[in-house]
Design a protein around this ligand. Structure first.
Ligand code: PLP
Length: 464
């Protein structure tokens, strides 16, 4: 398999032209790097849309109107993404007032949104209710009262769900495993805290319990973990129906479907997943006499992950004799903290040397003042040189959305490619000391939105 085939297998949308330039969704990456500068996040809009359609069709075939797909927008949150989700008729999952604000600015209809978080502020809950968020997933004790009071204030009967810990140990990195008993998310089935919370919710006049929610983790490859979760959640549904007369008509199984980062990753076909889960769920519902249960999934990574590539410019190249060769790029943990955070792995290539052999073993280092700021350990690339363009693949999820300003480094822009065209959708941040200009791509209105209290001035000053 040639170097290009290897990467094409990962992303399905890259090739090379006769000049040895990497093409991403048909676009010359060397030209895009020149046009937008680096680092640059590239997103393939058609690929994102294709993934949404796979989810929607898969759910419709298996569950009819009872299946619902939400995009977990924490994976990539910017205005254009919400516009795409709206056009593709996806629901969304939101976790902060910033995400609510951005989705609302994109004209996303909030009734198709679920609001999550283990510690939502009162201001965020009020924002959610004012904006007509469809369902709030309760994940703390005090929220029950707060949401009930706010719903009354705004004259709403608010749909809510409860986040449950199914106690499933998904085989993934412990920082992205969330359904196990010692997770900070959710309420336990074993310790009966979930029972207590559900009864509390049912006592509230302005709350309508519509959903049981769980999410067992991320970057999961085995069907078994999901299948076990169906058993546990339907058992639990039966228990609460019989013991407390609580009726919930929908289970949200979260996201977590794994994607290709390297050749070792073997993602599940969604059609396989949905067929098995649909069968399991219907079997369970029949056996446990639960009637027909609505089925929600909220994938993030698997919708946008493989649709993203980051372009960097190579700078310092340093050989540490007998140890390794570090190739430093003009980004790093500020635009992609995943390697530093949980030893994520990636493939990369020198985008302007696609006609050369990948015969040089290097590690890709970021530019931050942290020894742990490495993007890729021990990878094979073409002989690198100062000012070459390096492309890192499968960076569409949890990179832009997890980016930071560490070392006061501005966050890169996001450009989307669609039908042979490219378009800037998030501007590059530029450091400015003019008081009205924030050193980030959130705008002043968003800062006001977040800091809508007496500390507003203080809140803003940190960005100056
Ligand atoms: N739902 C919830 C509650 C999550 O916490 C997450 C990720 O952290 C997701 C959905 C999306 O997971 P993934 O991006 O792995 O599909």
């Amino acid at each position: 398999m040639s170097h290009t085939d290897n990467i094409d297998f990962l992303c399905g949308n890259v090739s090379a032209d006769e000049n040895g330039h990497l093409l991403f969704a048909g676009q010359d990456t060397a030209a895009l790097a020149r046009e937008y500068g680096t680092p640059l996040y590239l997103m393939d809009e058609e690929r994102i849309r294709e993934r949404c359609r796979t989810y929607i069709k898969g759910l419709k075939d298996a569950f009819g109107d009872k299946g619902q797909a939400l995009f977990a927008s924490k994976a990539a949150s910017f205005k254009r993404i919400y516009e795409i989700m709206k056009e593709e008729k996806m629901g969304i999952d939101l976790v902060s007032s910033g995400e609510i604000y951005t989705a609302a600015r994109a004209g996303f209809g909030m009734e198709k949104s679920f609001f999550h978080g283990n510690n939502k502020t009162e201001h965020e809950l009020e924002t959610a209710i004012k904006n007509g968020v469809g369902c709030i997933i309760i994940d703390s004790f005090h929220e029950v009262d707060v949401i009930d009071q706010l719903a009354e204030k705004y004259g709403r009967k608010q749909n809510v769900g409860l986040r449950i810990k199914p106690g499933v140990d998904a085989h993934t990195h412990k920082y992205i495993m969330t359904g196990n008993e010692d997770s900070k998310f959710g309420f336990g089935i074993e310790d009966e805290t979930a029972d207590y919370m559900l009864q509390l919710i049912c006592e509230k006049e302005n709350l309508v319990l519509s959903t049981l929610h769980c999410h067992i983790g991320s970057q999961i490859f085995e069907l078994e973990s999901f299948a076990v979760t169906v058993d546990i959640m339907t058992d639990y549904l039966k228990k609460i129906t019989e013991k407390y007369g609580i009726s919930v008509r929908e289970i949200n199984f979260g996201g977590g479907f794994g994607i290709h980062y390297t050749n070792e990753d073997k993602p599940l076909e969604f059609s396989e997943y949905v067929a098995l889960i649909a069968e399991k769920l219907s079997e369970n519902c029949k056996k446990k006499e639960l009637g027909e249960i609505g089925f929600v999934v909220e994938p993030g990574r698997s919708i946008v992950g493989e649709a993203g590539t980051t372009l960097y410019t190579i700078g310092a190249i340093k050989n540490i004799p007998g140890i390794r060769t570090d190739v430093s790029v003009d980004g790093g943990m500020t635009d992609n903290p995943r390697t530093a955070l949980y030893q994520a792995e990636y493939l990369c290539t020198v985008a302007n040397k696609m006609n050369e052999e990948a015969d040089t073993k290097v590690s890709i280092a970021g530019r931050c003042c942290e020894s742990g700021d490495m993007l890729i350990w021990d990878t094979m690339i073409q002989q690198p040189a100062y000012k070459d363009i390096l492309a890192v693949f499968s960076t569409g999820a949890y990179c832009y959305s997890m980016a930071s300003n560490y070392n006061r480094i501005p966050r890169p822009p996001v450009a989307v490619t669609c039908k042979g065209e490219d378009k800037l959708v998030v501007k590059r941040e530029i450091p400015m000391d003019n008081s009205k200009d924030l050193v980030n791509s959130l705008d002043i209105a968003l800062a006001e939105y977040h800091c809508n209290n007496k500390n507003y001035e203080k809140g803003l000053s940190i960005y100056r």
